[in-house]
Design a protein around this ligand. Structure first.
Ligand code: ZN
Length: 332
């Protein structure tokens, strides 16, 4: 597959000529390999600073990649393991923390890319009317049958959601995988009632907490910054409420609002941002990274986390019990 990505004339790839956010046509190369050292072209849009894979593998090539990458984890059952449920439950506790300011008692929440339904389970336990959409059949079925949640199988394009019916829509680590994130945000806007809010989280390309060599991921077609993520939402006709990053700055989140009346969409250009992103990515060398705290703090944190995980999983394996324990952490 890597060889297929070296040639733009190969039928397994296609060349992007217009930027998804600003429609610009001037791109510069940022990287030629992914985090595993395989050939992957990553470019920077000179008009807005959006970073994306170009040429792009076809949807079939991406599907084949997912099948390979997740085969080990899915095993024969194709359903999340207790370890996965525990980890996803811990992530869901963190996500509810981000979501709290958007939630009102009994409100309707829709989670795009619901995975095994861990966030939905926690939202339900808090009294919210939560439902989801999940393209992975094994995980989606698990959410439905094991956790008893309302989850539609498939992508955002096929999902049946009553227009204007949602108070809150969430998409955690979803839009960077999509071929058309702006279009997806426009669809999500349509699910919201006027004044309803959307929270999108993606990896932050403008962060230095990761090893420089592991910045680009085959499955991530887009790499957003704290400036390009809000702009993508504006291009979808959303109003930006607030943009913020996770504590380590590795992820960027944006809260948008569906305006009461449709607003005119601007041009999408962000003057000077391409230079900022280019300097940050190119300037974050392995040597510089070695002089930051991240390479030393992260393994210690990971070790502590594994210790806690082993202790909990030694006591319980049942997915509902694991998520009930996670739910008990919320609001503490
Ligand atoms: Zn652009």
């Amino acid at each position: 597959m890597s060889a297929a990505l070296t040639s733009a004339s190969d039928p397994a790839v296609h060349v992007i000529t217009h930027c998804e956010v600003c429609q610009g046509t001037q791109f510069t190369t940022l990287a030629t390999t992914d985090r595993e050292g395989k050939a992957l072209g990553t470019v920077l849009c000179e008009g807005c600073g959006l970073v994306f894979t170009n040429p792009r593998p076809t949807p079939e090539a991406v599907k084949a990649y997912y099948k390979d990458a997740y085969r080990v984890e899915y095993k024969a059952s194709l359903q999340p393991s207790p370890r996965h449920v525990y980890r996803a439950g811990q992530v869901a506790v963190e996500r509810i923390g981000y979501l709290k300011p958007l939630l009102s008692p009994g409100c309707r929440v829709l989670d795009l890319g619901a995975g095994g339904g861990e966030l939905l389970y926690l939202l339900r336990s808090q009294g919210y009317e939560a439902s989801g959409i999940e393209p992975n059949e094994g995980y989606g079925e698990f959410a439905r049958t094991v956790l008893g949640l309302s989850v539609q199988l498939g992508g955002y394009q096929e999902a049946k959601v009553e227009p204007g019916s949602m108070d809150v829509v969430t998409a955690f680590h979803v839009v960077e995988h999509l071929e058309h994130p702006v279009e997806a945000m426009r669809v999500m806007k349509g699910w919201l009632r006027p004044g309803g809010q959307l929270l999108v989280e993606v990896p932050n390309v403008a962060s230095t907490c990761q090893w420089p060599g592991s910045r680009f991921h085959f499955a991530h077609l887009f790499n957003f910054s704290p400036k390009t993520l809000p702009m993508a939402g504006r291009m979808a006709g959303l109003e930006v409420v607030r943009t913020f990053t996770s504590e380590d700055a590795g992820n960027v989140m944006c809260v948008y609002r569906r305006p009461e009346v449709e607003v005119a969409v601007g041009a999408g250009a962000i003057p000077g941002h391409a230079a900022e992103v280019g300097a940050l990515v190119r300037g974050h060398t392995a040597l510089k990274h070695a002089f930051t705290a991240a390479p030393y703090v992260r393994p210690v944190e990971r070790l502590l986390r594994r210790g806690r995980e082993k202790k909990v999983l030694g006591k319980m394996q049942d997915p509902r019990a694991l998520l009930d324990a996670a739910a008990a952490q919320v609001g503490r």
